[in-house]
Design a protein. Structure first.
Length: 107
């Protein structure tokens, strides 16, 4: 599988990484390990994430939590690639990233 990350999702990831880096090297290392673990799982089993039921999309948009961290990765399987639409913090407004769905067709 090839990963394709929406530019705004990349920014979200960078901001989260900076936040955890400010808390200390252990926090940022644990955050990065959790993210990598989830991406490795999704690369092997892309259907593992829960379908995001609020949005009717084919193929379905899925989400998977980053474990103890308050983030979920929202992604879609698009042929031979997995498109990450958001690294969404759990306290952000739901579906703030919805307009990014057009990125699926562009990729």
């Amino acid at each position: 599988m090839i990963w394709n990350v929406h530019p705004e999702a990349q920014t979200e990831l960078e901001e989260a990484t900076e936040y955890y880096a400010a808390l200390g090297s252990l926090q940022v290392a644990q955050f990065d390990a959790a993210r990598r673990r989830v991406l490795d799982l999704l690369e092997t089993w892309p259907e593992l994430g829960s379908p995001y039921l609020e949005i009717d999309n084919d193929p379905p948009i899925r989400r998977h939590s980053l474990g103890k961290f308050p983030y979920s990765v929202y992604y879609v399987e698009n042929g031979a690639e997995l498109v990450i639409l958001a690294y969404a913090h759990h306290s952000r407004k739901p579906e703030y990233w919805r307009e990014r769905m057009a990125y699926i067709a562009e990729s």
